[in-house]
Design a protein around this ligand. Structure first.
Ligand code: KIV
Length: 284
């Protein structure tokens, strides 16, 4: 694809059965690499609260943080389809506030779509934000912003009754004006039914192979995440240990005074050292 990827490209990808590759990342340098690697979409996820800021949930992500990260990602990846995650309390308080916050991502950060973790209670919000001309990705299935209410995040739609509820919810999101769906941590069979039933692009985060696209968070892909990854995630690199090795090599050289060496130091212009010595001599 030439130029910036748009929603039309994603819809065409769905129609032609071309899978959409998406990455959740949070900074300029990583965004450049994701774009160079040929990904179609970047979602600047509120998982930044955990993976950039070290909190134990996504709840502390704020609008200021998310707008700044999204703008940085846009600068690194001018042509990918860019989705910004609406953080906790940026859309729950009122529809007006949701529209204003969603609009900030488009105007101040260059996002093309906002993602809202949605229950049936958010249908009015999805409708109002999309009626305001802002494309919305409805995030259903596991919704990490619900951690306070549910206590623990676990796979969704693993029973027929809950599967029916998720399938209905997906339909309602489309009817309310969502432009795309993201299904997190749901049974693959159920994600497949939803994907088949809708014309919207459906991105899976841990919801099996049948969706129109896949997303994982960049630190998992790169092997930077410490500890066991969730069942659905996969490390494609081992940058964690390799980064520690690089920092260790640097630290050792600094401590041993081997860095910086002559090659990594600036020097005065010819003759200037002698002049400086004279000037210093006159001072004493
Ligand atoms: O916060 C996040 O990284 C997400 C991903 C599922 C895209 O929501």
């Amino acid at each position: 694809m030439n130029g910036r990827i748009t929603i039309s490209d994603l819809l065409e990808a769905k129609r032609n059965g071309r899978t959409i590759a998406a990455v959740s990342c949070y900074d300029y340098t990583t965004a450049r690499q994701v774009s160079q690697a040929g990904a179609d979409m970047i979602i600047v996820g509120d998982s930044a609260a955990q993976l950039v800021f070290g909190f134990d949930s996504t709840l502390p992500a704020t609008m200021e943080i998310m707008v700044a990260l999204t703008a940085a990602v846009r600068r690194g990846a001018p042509n990918v389809y860019l989705v910004a995650d609406m953080p906790f309390l940026s859309y729950q308080i009122g529809v007006g506030e949701a529209i204003r916050n969603a609009g900030r991502f488009l105007v101040e950060a260059g996002a093309q779509m906002v993602k809202i973790e949605a229950t049936g209670a958010h249908l009015d919000t999805i409708r109002a934000v999309s009626d305001a001309g802002i494309a919305v990705m409805a995030h259903i299935g596991i919704r990490p912003q619900r951690i306070s209410a549910v206590g623990r995040l676990r796979a969704e739609a693993t029973t027929a009754e809950v599967a029916m509820q998720l399938i209905d919810l997906a339909g309602q999101m489309g009817d309310a004006g969502a432009g795309a769906l993201l299904i997190e941590g749901a049974a693959a069979e159920v994600a497949q039914v939803i994907t088949k039933r809708t014309d919207l692009p459906v991105i899976s985060c841990g919801s099996g192979p049948a969706c129109d696209g896949q997303v994982l968070v960049a630190p998992d892909i790169l092997g930077l995440t410490e500890g066991k990854l969730p069942k659905f995630s996969k490390a494609y690199g081992d940058l964690g240990p390799r980064s520690v090795e690089s920092f260790r090599a640097y630290t050792d050289e600094v401590k041993a005074r081997r860095f910086p060496d002559d090659e990594h130091s600036y020097h005065m212009k010819p003759g200037e050292l002698q002049r400086l010595t004279e000037l210093l001599g006159r001072q004493s």
